[in-house]
Write a protein that binds this ligand. Structure first.
Ligand code: ZN
Length: 248
């Protein structure tokens, strides 16, 4: 029986039960396997990993694990200087765009509310999701770890939280989007950018009280929905302030 010792860093610990978090643990094996296969057997998708050190040297995913190897696994760094080593992830996408899996409908609306380019349909399968991600250079956000283990996935993130507001905060922090928030610029239903529209042009479609009280209107060119800063807007504004105040 061979043994290897693993230590996972930072948010990679989210994939482990409490007793294996933030400590070195022993893994026994018989046949040699790639470090990617071994790591994914613990439930950690390769897409979350940027750096693997084996006995203090950086290796790629195809490295075959030896008896008594000491293996350190790191997530994508934001700031640490690790320029000398071999990074496993392609560079972050310059313009953040996302495609969300079918379970993240509420998060989709929240992300659009913040102005982030977010595609979602409630009938995507795994292949469809990956194709859109690759064709359109979008990061996959999902609650399903299995899809992130696929070799053809280049940009993805396993959403840790279950509550949509917590999810939104998680995504803004993880992708450092705080300075890119442009609230109320996208249609919540179809992701298109809203255009300001003169009141005269939409007045016939407005409910009587809206006609009376509001003068500023925005139109979605795709679905023709009209937006104004009514009570719904105020509730969203509260949510946005809460998020902005809580981002670390
Ligand atoms: Zn629309």
């Amino acid at each position: 029986m061979k043994k290897a010792y693993f230590r996972f860093y930072e948010e990679l610990n989210d994939f482990f039960p409490a007793e294996k978090r933030k400590i070195k643990f022993e893994h026994t094996f018989i046949d040699r396997a790639s470090v990617k296969d071994m790591i994914e057997s613990f439930g950690v998708p390769h897409i979350e990993i940027d750096l693997i050190l084996v006995n203090s040297k950086s290796v790629d995913f195809s490295y075959l694990v030896n008896d008594k190897d000491e293996i350190s696994v790191y997530p994508v760094f934001e700031s640490l200087d690790i320029s000398e080593v071999q990074h496993l992830r392609p560079k972050p996408l310059r313009e953040p765009k996302f495609v969300l899996d079918v379970h993240l409908g509420k998060l989709t609306r929240y992300m659009r509310m913040m102005g982030f380019d977010t595609i979602y349909k409630n009938n995507y399968n795994d292949d469809g999701l990956i194709k859109i991600s690759l064709d359109d250079k979008r990061t996959i956000l999902t609650r399903d770890r299995e899809i992130l283990k696929r070799n053809d996935v280049t940009h993805g993130h396993w959403v840790r939280n279950e509550n949509p507001e917590e999810q939104l905060k998680e995504i803004i922090e993880r992708f450092d989007l705080k300075d890119q928030i442009k609230e109320f610029t996208r249609c919540l239903e179809c992701n298109d950018l809203l255009k300001k529209v003169e009141k005269e042009l939409v007045i016939e479609k407005l409910p009587p009280k809206v006609k009376e009280w509001y003068n500023e209107f925005f139109l979605c060119p795709q679905c023709n929905r009209i937006y104004w800063k009514g009570s719904h807007y105020e509730r969203m504004q509260e949510l946005i302030s809460r998020i902005k105040n809580n981002i670390s």
